[in-house]
Design a protein around this ligand. Structure first.
Ligand code: ADP
Ligand code: MG
Length: 653
């Protein structure tokens, strides 16, 4: 069996790793570098240039050098926030169309650009291992949706790699830390802050098996944001020192287009300042002072500034604080208190920053912090049992790749009795009567997972059922994200008669397969949500915050819609009954039924508009009143139906 390598295809850096004789290690390229910047320079002639050389080219050829392409993977133009479009290279894409990067007369897809990075890693691995490499495990952020995971698989295929498994980055990191050797029931938090993404994942070890308890994060929060902040700060300092005014390009610091159109020289300068900003940020993880030097920013001006660690910390603290709500949310989701954690592990290059370590230590009440800075917390925490251990044993920028390599080794049969379980970040379900979300797989379910339910029709003579697949935490369908929709045809039948089984299956790669089956005929359709990239890619965080914020309104909406659907059914049945058997009823009873119907109709009118719900309690009361009033009518209808049936069978005349 051929070798499977593990690949961390990062927003900022990518790595390839393997396991040899049970020891995982990152494979270096011919120049001995273990990290490949995820940058591709699409030059004038010949092959695209990938990695360090491409990163160099960034300053000189900003429009032809693609970085952070991971942000565009598997996304439609309409889903991309404006900030993400602000890069120094051109990005096209509107509406439902895919994103493309037009460079030198060719429209590159994000997958094609990523494939260039993967091809380099593949070649580096082949050179180092001396064998052909055709199979890989690739990691993705926990919040990547179906379309993004599929785009990653496609990128692998384009690079000539069979993608054996897609795994979540924090899950891979936990494997690299060897946390499977901890005691049973150990709980671990993985704090991953890279260049472009942040995730916090809580894991529990059960009989040698990792279980993800919860996962939370933001796919647009990372070291890049610190670089931007520092670049903006330096632009001000450059201006103060009599240098070129780069401040007016505002948005250009976030990557690209600005109010004032920058000249190619301006773009080069901005890229140089940004590069210097990142370099000094990295230096300040070890030093407390660093020199920012930018010789000949213009022919007349060279820049020099002494930056201190505390200045950097003051500038970027608020960005780092944004990771905290995600930590709290993940803990709340898993119903775990930070003090119950055994370990917190740090992953991602940005976690080398001392302030990040200090904040994590403080938030999680980690042991290391209390020992070294006990004076700060003495008093309130004096009696608190010691918190989780802050584990920084594995190189934070290599952990994910090493974990991928270990997973690859497990798949090759090289390592056994270690299994990874992941969870779904958001609930999945379908739209039902009245536009409600019916959850089939709840959020934070362990995958792979399979779940189903049986549905019926609400209208007579329906010939098909629309299966509208949704993702999200809101009660109403329209407030959730639409993953796709398809119809299942069946024979025409009265309402409530057709029975359609809907089954959701999330495979080991986190990809959703939806099956809908007419239980009468067995006719079925299975739709892989692959082609349905119709997912709004708004933040998962936003979705959850909104679901909390609107919990009360959502509940009221659900109660109203349910009561409304019920009212519609009862009213229709009552009208039918009165039309057919009205003559058989005595006048007083008839009036009683009609009054009950009027009460329901009046309650229905409390709905102000399609979006504003009505008085659910009143409608429920009226529904109940109508149910009671029609008891006698319902019995009569049953009797008549029974007679009809017996007559048909020739048993009575
Ligand atoms: P990604 O997973 O997004 O590809 P990485 O884990 O490689 O990212 O982290 C890259 C980020 O880490 C960059 O923003 C980089 O500037 C930052 N970084 C790398 N080394 C250090 C360091 N020593 N101190 C602070 N930040 C660092
Ligand atoms: Mg990473």
């Amino acid at each position: 069996m051929s070798k499977i390598v593990g690949i961390d295809l990062g927003t900022t850096n990518s790595l390839v790793a393997t396991v040899d004789s049970g020891i995982p290690y990152v494979i270096a390229d011919a120049s001995g570098r273990r990290l490949t910047p995820s940058v591709v320079h699409l030059g004038a002639a010949g092959q695209p240039v990938v990695g360090f050389e491409a990163n160099r080219a960034r300053a000189l050829h900003p429009r032809e050098t693609v970085y952070s392409v991971k942000r565009f993977m598997g996304r439609r133009g309409a889903d991309i926030p404006r900030e993400d479009m602000l890069v120094t290279y051109p990005v096209q894409g509107t509406g439902a169309g895919p994103v493309t990067i037009p460079v030198r007369g060719r429209e590159w897809t994000p997958e094609e650009v990523s494939a260039e990075i993967l091809r380099k890693l593949k070649t580096d691995a082949e050179t180092a291992l001396g064998v052909e490499v055709t199979r890989a495990v690739i990691t993705v952020p926990a919040y990547f949706n179906d379309a993004q995971r599929h785009a990653t698989i496609r990128a692998g295929e384009l690079a000539g790699l069979k993608v054996e498994r897609i795994i979540n980055e924090p899950t891979a990191a936990a494997l690299a830390y060897g946390l499977n050797k901890l005691q049973d029931q150990s709980k671990i938090a993985v704090f991953d802050l890279g260049g472009g993404t942040f995730d916090l994942t809580l894991l529990e070890l059960n009989q040698g098996v990792f279980q993800v308890l919860s996962t939370h994060g933001n796919t647009r929060l990372g070291g890049d944001d610190l670089d931007t902040r520092l670049t903006e700060f330096l632009a001000v300092k450059i201006h103060e020192a009599g240098g070129p005014d780069l401040r007016r390009f505002g948005a250009a610091f976030r990557g690209g287009e600005a109010e004032a159109a920058p000249t190619p020289e301006d773009l080069q300068r901005i890229a140089r300042v940004r590069e210097a900003a990142e370099k000094s940020k990295i230096s300040l993880s070890l030093e407390t002072l660093t020199d920012v030097t930018l010789p000949f920013l213009t022919p007349q001006f060279s820049f020099r500034y002494q930056l201190s660690r505390s200045e950097l910390e003051a500038l970027t603290r608020d960005i780092l604080l944004r990771t905290r709500t995600h930590c709290l949310q993940a803990l709340a989701d898993a119903k775990v208190d930070a003090s119950q954690l055994d370990q917190v592990v740090l992953v991602g290059g940005q976690t080398r920053m001392p302030l990040v370590r200090a904040l994590v230590t403080e938030w999680f009440g980690c042991r290391e912090f209390e020992e070294s800075r006990g004076d700060v917390r003495l008093g309130e925490d004096y009696h608190r049992p010691s918190g989780p251990l802050l584990n920084t044993g594995v190189n934070p920028d290599e952990a994910v790749a090493l974990g991928a390599a270990i997973q690859a080794e497990i798949l090759s049969g090289g390592m056994t009795n270690l299994l990874l379980l992941d969870v779904t970040p958001l609930s999945l379900g379908i739209e039902t009567f009245g536009g409600l979300m019916n959850v089939i797989i709840p959020r934070n379910s362990t995958i792979p997972v399979k779940a189903g339910e049986v549905f019926t029709t609400a209208v007579d003579r329906q010939r098909s059922m629309l299966i509208h697949v949704l993702q999200g935490e809101r009660e109403r369908a329209r407030d959730n994200w639409s993953l796709g929709r398809f119809d299942l045809d069946f024979e025409e039948a009265p309402k409530g008669v057709p029975r359609v089984g809907v089954q959701f299956e999330i495979d080991a790669n986190g990809i959703l397969h939806v099956l809908a089956r007419d239980l009468k005929t067995g006719h079925q359709r299975i739709v892989d949500m692959k082609s349905a990239v119709d997912v709004s890619d708004a933040d998962v965080q936003k979705m959850i915050e909104e679901s909390v914020e609107h919990a009360f309104d959502d509940l009221k909406a659900r109660q109203w819609i349910e009561a409304k659907v019920r009212a519609g059914e009862t009213l229709a049945a009552t009208r039918k009954g009165l039309a057919e058997h009205g003559a058989e009823l005595d006048e007083a009873y008839r009036r009683r039924v009609e009054t009950a119907m009027q009460a329901v109709e009046a309650a229905l009118e409390t709905e102000e508009s399609r979006t504003r719900v009505g008085d659910a309690a009143r409608l429920k009361g009226a529904n109940q009143g109508l149910d009671e009033a029609t008891l006698q009518l319902a019995e009569l209808m049953m009797d008549r139906a029974m007679e009809e049936m017996l007559r048909k069978q020739g048993m009575i005349q």
